[in-house]
Design a protein around this ligand. Structure first.
Ligand code: TAP
Length: 482
């Protein structure tokens, strides 16, 4: 098939005004660290240093928690829900006004294509603030229980795959319910969180309501271990989630954990195949596969396996991999060298274990961290690439004959975050959704997100829900549930 050539269509980065270095955002202002060190945030697509960022020390985390506590005991704690809502609306509108700036910065720091940061991450981040703004004065009517009240100071730790969006998932419900926040963005993607601090200043949010401390795992651990944090919200790997669960066991701290996944995207022989192929591509190659709910295992009914294989590979050959700021780019850079090494290692294991590897033919840029869209066929259930989260643009294909076999294979993983079902038959969709042990089941679509819809996992994918009324519930305590 002839491949169209595209002229480059780069988005200008002039809109982003990066400072050479950033402090910590504590009590409404940027401050220097007390005893912390500095680290560099680089662009994964060019390895260029974007800015120097502070690694917060335990003393810094302590200052941030103290500022959050003062704000909670002060004006914020006494504020009406209607007034809190006004701040959330203001933040949402400023995010919309500055959306291009956020999209460009997110693509620079994370490596994701601008069309994703522009059309998915930033609009959804604003939508989360709009949605939760609406709840702030209606909590008594949200069926959360009698007299819902905030926990107090909330500690939040987020990953690098959707930096601004995960920050919004965390901060918007916390503020709507009247809590105050100390949040740590991931080490490799701190820059949109620091730009968000400017939005908070612009919105005149009272000092200390949101504190942003940058750093690595030790900074996250300091938040988790701080005795004056009432609730924790974490998104990231199952390994770190388990450590957090262990370290708060026996304390009064509440926690929600949103961890990894190994979702099955299940394709029946009556499904519209071209539409399903788009859904498979979106399911695993969206955001370079750095998605906890990615459809990383394709379960395809045996009778159509060859046809799907051909159509899928033909479609993958048209994906454009490269400069994240180019508006034509479909697949951007892998977020870090460490993640690239993990993907490289696991895919080598896939070959060694006997699966057949196929890679899209494409030229990769000379600098930066890149990985070709990859498909493994002949995968069996025991292969590590069928069991472990690769968190990259790699699809493992398995086959099945009957719906029962599909369910058994789909559920045969320690995870349970999401799943997809492709079939024309409505009754089968309902039956499958009932059988699948997954927090979200998409039918004839994949990777759809909305702030009104609760998201979360079963088994090692964590506990608690984010989004919707269920997400609000995690941020309040009600009478009889202290
Ligand atoms: P994690 O290490 O779990 O990172 C998530 C967040 O936790 C980051 O902010 C991280 O800081 C912080 N953190 C690390 N150690 C901590 C500790 N002991 N206490 C408190 N916070 C801590 O994930 P990762 O290393 O970025 O990625 C590793 C694997 O996790 C990936 O390959 C992928 O499989 C999975 N992952 C899953 C998700 C989702 S959404 N489920 C997201 C990202 C990664 P640093 O950034 O500084 O390490």
């Amino acid at each position: 098939m002839a491949k169209f050539e595209y002229a480059p269509a780069p988005e200008s980065r002039a809109i982003v005004d990066l400072k050479p270095s950033y402090g910590l955002f504590i009590n409404g202002e940027f401050t220097d660290s007390q005893g912390g060190t500095a680290f560099k945030s680089i662009s994964p697509s060019t390895e260029e240093v974007l800015a120097e960022v502070t690694s917060a020390s335990e003393a810094d985390v302590d200052r941030a928690v103290a500022a959050a506590r003062r704000a909670f005991n002060g004006a914020w704690g006494r504020m009406s829900g209607a007034d809190r809502g006004k701040y959330l609306y203001r933040i949402a509108r400023i995010l919309q006004e500055r959306s291009r700036e956020f999209a460009v910065l997110e693509s620079l720091d994370n490596g994701k294509p601008i069309k994703e940061s522009r059309d998915v991450d930033v609009p959804l981040a604003a939508a989360h603030f709009f949605y939760h703004a609406g709840w702030a004065d209606k909590l008594d009517h949200a069926s959360l229980g009698r007299n819902p009240r905030p926990h107090g100071v909330v500690g939040q730790v987020i990953p690098w795959n959707f930096p601004l969006l995960m920050l919004s998932w965390k901060i918007a419900p916390a503020l709507a319910t009247g809590n105050t926040v100390v949040i740590k963005p991931a080490e490799t993607t701190p820059l949109t969180a620091l730009l968000f601090a400017e939005v908070l200043q612009q919105a005149d949010l009272p000092p200390g309501v949101v504190n942003i401390v940058t750093g690595a795992g030790t900074t996250g651990q300091a938040i988790v271990d701080h005795p004056d944090v009432d609730k924790l919200a974490f998104t990231g790997s199952t390994g770190v989630g388990k450590m957090i669960a262990r370290s708060i066991a026996g304390t009064r701290k509440k926690a929600t954990l949103e961890l990894g996944g190994k979702a099955a995207n299940i394709l029946f022989d009556d499904a519209p195949i071209d539409q399903a192929v788009e859904g498979i591509v979106n399911g695993i190659f969206f955001n370079q596969g750095h998605v906890c709910c990615a459809g990383s295992r394709l379960l395809v009914q045996e009778s159509i396996a060859d046809e799907v294989d051909q159509r899928l590979k033909r479609r993958l050959a048209t994906l454009r991999v490269g400069d994240p700021l180019d508006k034509n780019t479909d697949v951007g850079a892998i977020n870090s060298r460490a993640q690239l090494e993990r993907i490289t290692e696991l895919t080598a294991v896939g070959e060694a274990e006997g699966a057949t590897r196929w890679e899209a033919e494409c030229e990769l840029p000379a600098k930066g961290f890149w990985f070709r869209p990859t498909v493994f066929t002949g995968v069996s259930q025991t292969h590590r690439i069928a069991q472990e989260e690769i968190f990259g643009p790699v699809l493992s294909v398995l086959t099945f004959r009957t719906p029962h076999e599909a369910v058994a294979k789909a559920n045969n993983t320690p995870y349970g975050l999401s799943a997809g079902v492709w079939t024309e038959k409505g009754s089968r969709i309902l039956w499958m959704a009932d059988q699948l042990k997954a927090g979200v089941v998409w039918a004839n679509t994949f990777n759809k997100f909305d702030p009104t819809s609760p998201f979360g996992g079963y088994k090692e994918s964590g506990y608690g829900r984010e989004g919707g009324r269920h997400g609000l519930a995690a941020y309040v305590t009600t009478e009889g549930h202290r």
